[in-house]
Design a protein around this ligand. Structure first.
Ligand SMILES: [Zn+2]
Ligand SMILES: [Zn+2]
Length: 309
């Protein structure tokens, strides 16, 4: 007998939820890194995947190793590949130790790796890209933690002007009067690691179109473990799925011991079909590939149709 070959590992999960690609790896306690290339952002950096290098920012939910372990490598590799200064957005309570960690890594490598740390508190908002901003929300975990909501800010003609002809609106604008209101549209939310908390029921979360949420535990025997580790259990989603309007709830941070088959069985038993069909798993490689192939063939059909007409 010869020893077994090592298990294949490290496949990147992928979901296309138009217009966003959600790609990365997430297993509880091992690593979580979720990139949205369209927003130039990575949520957490538990492991530096090749594609995560191309986004300039890491929104760090908290500093547990499975969310942070890839950060020095990400910064150093971006510097090596001349990809510019990496930006790390984190809870203000961990900003100093984070800077110290990165600086001591530079000392070890004997090279100056540029970086920028931007501390945030719950409620803070920073610009993200174009009309998108990102807001930090207060999650509850065993270490200082944040969740994030990407919000689109659109200007909309004020209600009182909506029925006026163009010429009249132009005249009002020329007088220097403000003719638009800013409306905020929550787009994508990321929970990071958290126990059930108020922020998860906030209007921003409730109205987000896509929610990337942790759900570490599924088995009824693991409710206590979820409570102690301050994580979500699938039972918590009975309430959350009623509040959340998101048509796509992307489940991440499932524990290694929970098989996809078992997780799906729990969901089937607990939720009625119209709720059940809103769940996706980032690491369901087979299911997500099928979904993508369907999306690709539908896009091809549409293209054919367009070129004919
Ligand atoms: Zn974690
Ligand atoms: Zn954690």
């Amino acid at each position: 007998m010869i020893p077994k070959m090592p298990a294949r590992e490290g496949q990147v999960g992928f979901l296309f939820i138009p217009p966003f690609r959600i790609q990365g790896m997430s297993v509880a306690g091992e690593q979580t890194v979720i990139q949205i290339p369209e927003l130039d952002v990575n949520f957490d950096m538990g492991q530096c995947t090749r594609s995560s290098l191309t986004s300039n920012r890491v929104m760090l939910s908290h500093a547990h190793m499975d969310h942070l372990g890839g950060l020095p490598y990400w910064l150093s590799q971006r510097h090596f590949q001349k990809l510019g200064v990496g930006q790390i957005i984190c809870h203000k309570e961990i900003a100093d130790p984070l800077r110290k960690m990165i600086e001591s890594w530079s000392e070890l490598e004997r090279q100056k790796t540029p970086f920028e740390v931007i501390p945030m508190e719950p409620g803070d908002v920073i610009p993200l890209k174009g009309s998108m901003v990102i807001k930090a929300i207060e999650t509850m975990h065993t270490a200082p933690s944040l969740g994030f909501v990407v919000i689109e800010r659109r200007s909309k003609l004020k209600a009182e002007f909506r029925d006026l002809p163009q010429s009249a609106i132009k005249e009002i604008r020329n007088r220097g009067e403000e003719i638009t209101d800013i409306v905020e549209i929550p787009t994508i939310a990321y929970t990071g690691d958290t126990e059930p908390c108020e922020a998860l029921k906030s209007p921003e979360l409730a109205e987000s179109k896509v929610i990337i949420s942790e759900c570490t535990f599924f088995s009824p025997e693991h409710r206590e473990r979820a409570r102690i580790g301050k994580h979500l259990h699938i039972r918590d989603f009975i309430e959350l799925m009623e509040i959340w309007q998101a048509q796509d709830v992307v489940i991440t941070h499932v524990s290694r011991r929970t098989s996809l088959g078992y997780a799906n069985k729990c969901i089937d038993e607990m939720f009625k079909p119209e709720i059940r069909e809103r769940f996706r798993f980032l690491m369901d490689h087979k299911g997500n590939r099928k979904r993508y192939e369907k999306q690709a063939s539908a896009a091809m059909e549409k293209q054919k149709h367009l070129s004919k007409s």
